[in-house]
Write a protein that binds this ligand. Structure first.
Ligand code: SF4
Ligand code: SF4
Length: 188
């Protein structure tokens, strides 16, 4: 780790080891305490309007040790990890890494997921990668529809994509499936 990065990760005194804030910092490799709330992240986030807290609002909750609110927020599930916010952040805060860490902790702690359909979608994408080494979009969409029992919304988009041949009918596997198996192998 370079010296600048190491300094950036020095923990503030008000974070005690083993608390959730420390966990977020170690998982994400981001010291969110460097955020000074300029709000540039919110200004650039394409999903800001759909979130219950703005991206920097999640950081504020963490800074105030209001972890439960952060873990229960819809924001952590609505964030798509596009990194638009990180690109404009003057403190180079990797927001999507923070959101990833919060999602992991929320699942491990059985926190009620604020956007269950998002989790279902994520799960189907991962299942597809585990099966084929790449995503098979049509299968992901069909499985997601069955899981959510929502068969008709976005139907027009799906038909358009099919007619424009944007969706492969049959899945195809990558050659090196052994590498994929290793990625998904549970830690011992
Ligand atoms: S852009 Fe960076 S410093 Fe500014 S509020 Fe967002 S995370 Fe904080
Ligand atoms: S990474 Fe998440 S919070 Fe940042 S701009 Fe993209 S959707 Fe918004």
């Amino acid at each position: 780790m370079d010296k600048h990065r190491e300094k950036n990760l020095q923990l503030p005194l008000n974070i005690v080891s083993k608390d959730i804030g420390y966990d977020v910092i170690t998982r994400s490799n981001v010291n969110y305490n460097n955020c000074y709330h300029c709000r540039c992240c919110a200004g650039g986030c394409p999903f800001f309007q759909a979130m219950d807290y703005a991206p920097h609002g999640i950081i504020r909750l963490l800074q105030l040790h209001l972890y439960e609110q952060a873990l229960k927020s819809s924001t952590i599930w609505i964030c798509v990890g596009c990194n638009t916010c990180s690109a404009v952040c003057p403190m180079s805060i990797d927001m999507s890494a923070i959101m990833d860490a919060l999602r992991q902790i929320a699942l491990e702690q059985n926190i009620k997921v604020a956007q269950p359909s998002t989790l279902k979608f994520h799960t189907e994408v991962l299942n597809s990668i585990q099966r084929y080494g790449r995503t098979h979009k049509l299968e992901i969409m069909l499985r997601y529809k069955v899981k959510t029992m929502d068969f008709f919304s976005d139907m027009d988009v799906g038909i358009k994509m099919l007619t424009k041949r944007k969706l492969d009918l049959m899945p195809s596997k990558i050659e090196d499936m052994e590498a994929i198996k290793k990625i998904f192998k549970p830690e011992e």
